[in-house]
Design a protein around this ligand. Structure first.
Ligand SMILES: Cc1cc2nc3c(=O)[nH]c(=O)nc-3n(C[C@H](O)[C@H](O)[C@H](O)COP(=O)(O)OP(=O)(O)OC[C@H]3O[C@@H](n4cnc5c(N)ncnc54)[C@H](O)[C@@H]3O)c2cc1C
Length: 505
């Protein structure tokens, strides 16, 4: 029998979950899931969150839309990684590419890069993507299939337009859309939610209620009382000042990566959309105040942005220790949030939506309890692991300001253990529990080496004989050659974006 799924919230979490479940659970078919989404126009959506991770491509493909429609309707551009500026110390930079590192006969090249004198940045030695980004090229050609290309990639988009796009897809796929504010959450004797009351809309009953109400956490927090685990002792940022900066020249090149620049008490994001840049300063209110943060942000943007208004966002860093209770499950900001670094917010929404889809049909109370335990184990494990990955970006910094020194002084034991080992031997896939990791070992390598993690393999030089070194040297040469070749074929990023926008379908 088809089951009723009620989603509260129409931001990225609500609409992505609704559209994904409607498509995969066949909401438009007899016997498919019945999906209702209720959102409050009065409250509105957070309207930030414009950087994504490559997983988004498979999620979009599952929605059955063309890449051109997605790009056009959500004002998207291509993202090939994150360029970190001034993080290790002022005047340094490194790139976290989405491409996996080249290998030599399946062997990790990092020890050979370390032993070979580190003549070029690690990411540039083992991938061609930094060069592609530096040359301002897109990750693919127009002739490549939708959602595929020679470079691994994700997107930047306009958050409000992305929610609109997802709404269109969701409604086409059979989601019932209701506008109204949930005022009451009613629970039965067993603690499950029986129905919601929403003013003029009346009562809305369901089998599963998905809380996508943002930081309010109207269902999972207010009604179900799921405890929140703050991680602000490790990840300090709790404020962001955002500003949208139109291009002075509408033909200006679009940078095909997020630029993340470190400052005295946080970092700025800078992402290139088609008509504007989306920028903001994420900072710790324990280390600076809003007036000073505004000065830092405006100093970064320069006088062209002096007249542009900023918007302050406050957030608490952490996650719910139970994200699925009874017949209520949280997705998006209601489940947790760290900070914009590495775009974990939308990625965790994608994972949660996929897991909910896998749990269908939800069955009786006993079956639902099993699904809840599975979901909580996997999602909470992922949230926990993300803390270490984000902290890695901060804790190797040599910057002198108190914010950065405090970051170095607060490394969780789980990360400290890894760092202690990575100083003596290469990063290994055995350092991670694969099912719980959102980021692959390669991402840890890029950040660790990019930040100048003091790896020293002198104790084990003998493990890397001359023949293997020669093979690695050849592989490094192949990377350089492939980089030069790629530039002959990949179009300028803006030209690619414009061509997609002009494409039918
Ligand atoms: C400064 C900042 C930068 C970020 N940058 C990134 C990034 O680059 N990449 C990334 O992946 N993530 C980023 N995020 C996170 C990302 O913005 C969110 O994960 C994403 O937008 C999902 O938000 P949401 O849908 O959970 O919440 P919201 O957008 O807040 O939506 C909540 C919805 O619930 C509705 N609602 C609330 N209460 C009720 C009620 N009682 N009745 C009916 N409806 C209700 C609201 O009207 C709204 O529709 C960022 C977050 C912040 C704060």
């Amino acid at each position: 029998m088809s089951q009723r799924i009620v989603i509260v919230g129409g931001g990225t979490a609500g609409w992505l979950t609704a559209a994904y479940l409607a498509k995969t659970l066949r909401a438009d078919q007899q016997g498919g899931a019945q999906i209702t989404l209720i959102e409050s126009p009065e409250i509105g959506i957070i309207g930030v969150g414009e950087g994504t991770f490559p997983t988004i491509r498979a999620t979009l493909a599952a929605l059955g839309v063309s890449e051109a429609r997605f790009l056009r309707e959500s004002s998207s551009t291509f993202k090939q990684g994150v360029h970190f500026v001034d993080w290790a110390q002022a005047g340094t930079d490194y790139f976290h590419p989405f491409n996996l590192p080249f290998t030599a006969d399946g062997k990790d090249l990092s020890p050979y890069w370390l032993l070979g004198g580190r003549n070029e940045p690690f990411a540039d030695a083992v991938t061609i993507q930094g060069g592609v980004v530096q040359a301002g090229r897109g990750p693919k050609r127009l002739s490549d299939p939708d959602f595929q290309g020679p470079m691994n990639y994700a997107y930047h988009f306009d958050a409000a337009r992305f929610a609109d796009f997802l709404r269109g897809v969701g409604v086409e796929a059979g989601v019932t859309h209701r506008l109204g504010k949930v005022e009451g959450v009613h629970r039965g004797e067993d603690g499950d939610i029986t129905h919601l009351s929403a003013g003029e809309l009346g009562d809305i009953a369901g089998d599963l209620f998905i809380d996508c109400s943002g930081f309010r956490a109207r269902l999972i927090g207010e009604a179900m009382g799921a405890p929140f685990r703050a991680v602000d002792d490790v990840l300090f940022n709790d404020r962001a000042l955002a500003v949208q900066v139109p291009y002075a020249d509408p033909e200006a090149p679009i940078v095909p990566a997020t630029v993340a620049t470190a400052h005295e008490a946080g970092w700025t994001w800078d992402i290139g959309l088609r008509e504007r840049r989306g920028t903001g300063y994420v900072f710790s209110s324990r280390h600076t105040d809003e007036a000073r943060a505004e000065t830092v942000l405006r100093g970064y943007l320069g006088p062209e942005a002096d007249h542009l208004p900023t918007r302050l966002l406050k957030f608490q860093t952490g996650y719910r220790q139970q994200q699925w209770i009874g017949n209520c499950v949280a997705v998006g900001l209601s489940a947790g949030f760290f900070e914009p670094l590495e775009s974990t917010g939308i990625m965790l929404i994608e994972v949660a939506a996929a897991l909910i889809g896998e749990a269908y049909p939800f069955g009786d109370r006993g079956a639902r309890a099993a699904a809840a335990r599975n979901f909580n184990g996997l999602m909470i494990g992922r949230y926990e692991r993300v803390v270490d990955f984000l902290k890695l970006h901060y804790c190797l910094s040599r910057r002198p300001e108190p914010y950065w020194r405090d970051n170095v002084a607060t490394i969780p034991e789980s990360l400290a253990d890894k760092l202690a080992q990575w100083r003596r031997r290469p990063v290994s896939s055995f350092d991670f529990i694969g099912d719980l990791e959102t980021f692959l070992p390669a991402s840890y390598q890029y950040i660790f080496h990019g930040m100048g993690g003091q790896a020293d393999l002198s104790e084990t030089v003998g493990l890397y004989p001359e023949a293997a070194r020669a093979m690695a040297a050849k592989a490094f040469g192949q990377v350089r050659a492939a980089g030069a070749e790629a530039l002959k074929h990949l179009p300028a990023h803006r030209a690619l974006v414009e061509a997609y926008y002009a494409r039918a379908g």
